[in-house]
Write a protein that binds this ligand. Structure first.
Ligand code: C2E
Ligand code: CA
Ligand code: CA
Length: 631
């Protein structure tokens, strides 16, 4: 029972402190009573009994009293208190035996009054001891037995008329006191236990509350702050009393989706955790967190200047690009980072600006770090205006479709036409897709755009009637819909067009977002007879893997290669490889962006026949395209 009690540290401390408020007192009573005895016997007893022995006893008792003073006990470790408590019965036995032996040795040196004094003092000291040792009943029993047994024997042996009555009364009182203190001790233990239980309960509730709090502010996977917490910290930074606004950097991982798709979610999770650790080690950061998916945010101290922030973030991008080892695997990815010096605006305005810079960085690829600049501010404002206009625009009225030929460069005849959308917000200007396709995506109207383009293209320019195909660009969102195949198939059937005359152009963005779903939708479109082309080929990061596994019919080599056809041996080598690959996989290959005869000749020398570019025809309205065909 005792050992079990020592298990609870809090209990041991409470117990020790309780005793420390009583033990010094009883030791003082013992010393006071010893001095009384010395005073009663100093004339009659020999010096050994009246001076030497009491001095030694008083000295040791004083030492014990000093040892148990409350301040000293408070400072002790619980292990030390346990040690003291375990030795308490033994120490009390020594002191009480010493005192009782001394008192009984004095007995024969006094007359009746002195002997009565010894009897009273022994009894009173014993009662006081029992009361003080209430918290250690075992010690109280040992002490009472050690004192009262020899004392009562000596009293009974001496010739005293009241001895039997006195001894009986003393014994009864001793037993009663022991019973009372033992019961008192039991209550104390019970009370102390329930108090500890209560405090343990309180702590576990506090622990639970803390766990909940952490869950509401931390990203469970990486342990970094979550989006909500980052926004709160950003808001605090924006309201800083010194007026120095923090820097906000947004980080997006290029190539993460690929790792997730190829190596599974466990590898993906490990990568995110490693990246979060690397980000957390960036110097001068005030906070970092995961905004969701593979996007992270970092808040940097406002005291840093632009050059310093750029240098720190470039170092971070470098750190993120270090290979990540997972067992035998060595994984590589890059971080695009966009950052912004927060001003007095709202959090969402700061986020929007850092996000704009991030998008620019992503366009540059391979670990670019881009600041949000003054030009961007202007672009952003224009974009906000455009967003408002686009959100309420009558798309059927304001969207137009133009057609650009794709020719067989050997015959010079068009074999296909690509439908390209234009937007005229005011009936005068014609905006190119670069100005509004991302608006259509962010405002959720991209499918409407595709719908209108498809209907208008099929109605205005039925290219199949001249033996040509018609290419339609699909956005990532279009390919990832639940009903992509039925939707596109329905529209095409309604226009009376054969699906085999329609080429659907897709870019890698959609594939990267959700490869499985995109592949499934493309397969069902293909099953209906549509042909699929992978657009802007060569600009993505994992093009080769996609070509291999996707249900494709065409690849379109990005126009950036046409630009370097005549200047870069490297570009020519890549084009030759792509062409060899397409032959091997039975895919048609088109090169985009041919502007000059030199580029045409160079492309032809590499074995390419299908070409698209200003050299053969700019995007033009349906009437002009019909005219071109007639010619
Ligand atoms: P894209 O699919 O790669 O289309 C080819 C783009 O390159 C067109 O720009 C075309 O005008 C341009 N181009 C063609 N030949 C040459 C050339 O020789 N030199 C140069 N410098 N450029 C050439 P456009 O019409 O501005 O379209 C830009 C992009 O917008 C398209 O790139 C396509 O990804 C997207 N887009 C166009 N129409 C639609 C649409 O209806 N829906 C969707 N979702 N996206 C569209
Ligand atoms: Ca295209
Ligand atoms: Ca293209």
């Amino acid at each position: 029972m005792l050992r079990e009690k020592w298990h609870s540290e809090a209990y041991v401390r409470a117990y020790g402190q309780h005793l420390s408020h009583r033990l010094p007192l009883i030791y003082c009573v013992v010393i006071f009573n010893a001095l009384l005895l010395v005073w009663s016997f100093h004339r009659t007893a020999p010096p050994f009994l009246s001076v030497v022995l009491p001095t030694v006893l008083v000295f040791f008792t004083a030492l014990r009293a000093w040892h148990w003073r409350p301040a000293a006990v408070r400072r002790r470790t619980s292990a030390m208190i346990v040690h003291d408590l375990q030795r308490l019965p033994q120490r009390c036995l020594m002191i009480s035996s010493g005192f009782v032996a001394w008192a009984l040795m004095l007995y024969s040196y006094g007359g009746d009054p002195e002997q009565d004094v010894i009897q009273y003092i022994t009894a009173i000291t014993c009662f006081a001891g029992i009361l003080s040792l209430g918290q250690s009943p075992r010690t109280a029993v040992i002490m009472a037995t050690a004192v009262m047994t020899p004392a009562n024997i000596v009293f009974l042996m001496h010739d005293n008329p009241n001895r039997v009555v006195v001894v009986a009364v003393q014994t009864i009182i001793t037993v009663l006191l022991l019973l009372i203190t033992t019961a008192y001790h039991r209550d104390f233990v019970r009370l102390e236990r329930s108090r500890l239980e209560l405090s343990r309960h309180k702590h576990s509730i506090e622990d639970m509350a803390e766990a909940w709090r952490q869950r509401s502010i931390r990203d469970p996977l990486t342990g970094a702050w979550n989006r909500g917490r980052i926004l709160v910290l950003l808001e605090k930074g924006l309201g800083a009393a010194d007026g120095v606004r923090p820097w906000l950097a947004l980080i997006d991982l290029d190539g993460f989706k690929h790792i997730n798709d190829t190596f599974g979610h466990i590898a993906g999770d490990a990568v995110l955790t490693t990246i979060a650790e690397r980000i957390a080690r960036t110097p001068h950061i005030e906070a970092c967190g995961r905004m969701g998916g593979d996007e992270f945010a970092v808040i940097l101290r406002g005291g840093l200047d632009d050059a310093r922030v750029h240098a720190e973030l470039a170092m971070l991008a470098h750190a993120i690009a270090r290979p990540i080892r997972l067992g035998d695997l060595s994984l590589n990815l890059h971080a695009s980072i966009g950052y912004y010096r927060c001003q007095g605006q709202s959090i969402s305005a700061c986020l929007e600006r850092a996000d704009t810079a991030l998008y620019k960085a992503k366009d540059l690829r391979n670990g670019a770090v881009v600041a949000f600049g003054e030009d961007d501010e202007r672009t952003l404002l224009e974009r906000q205006v455009m967003t408002r206009v686009f959100t309420t625009a009558d798309l059927r009225e304001q969207l137009a479709v133009v057609f650009q030929p794709i020719v067989d460069s050997d015959t010079g005849r068009p074999v296909s036409f690509e439908a390209l959308v234009r937007w005229s917000p005011d009936g005068r200007r014609l905006l190119s897709p670069a100005a509004f396709i991302s608006l259509a995506e962010s405002t959720g109207r991209i499918s409407e755009v595709t719908h209108v383009v498809l209907e208008k293209a099929l109605n205005e320019f039925p290219a199949w009637q001249w033996g040509c195909t018609l290419s339609i660009n699909l956005s990532a969102h279009d390919i990832l819909r639940d009903d992509t195949a039925e939707w596109i198939g329905g529209l095409v059937r309604k226009a009376g067009a054969p699906p085999s005359a329609i080429i659907l152009e897709i870019t890698e963005t959609a594939l990267v977002r959700d490869y499985k779903r995109a592949a499934a939708n493309l397969a069902s479109l293909r099953a209906q007879g549509f042909r699929i082309a992978l657009d802007d080929f060569g600009t993505g990061q994992s093009s080769l893997a996609h070509v291999h596994n996707l249900p494709l019919d065409h690849i379109k080599i990005d126009q950036s290669f046409a630009r370097s056809l005549n200047s870069s041996e490297n570009a020519r080598a890549i084009i030759a490889t792509i062409r060899a690959l397409s032959v091997q996989l039975g895919l048609e290959c088109t090169i985009e962006g041919i502007e000059s005869v030199e580029e045409q000749v160079a492309a032809r020398a590499l074995g390419l026949r299908r070409m698209q570019g200003y050299l053969f025809g700019r995007p033009a309205a349906a009437v002009e395209s019909r005219r071109l065909l007639a010619a």
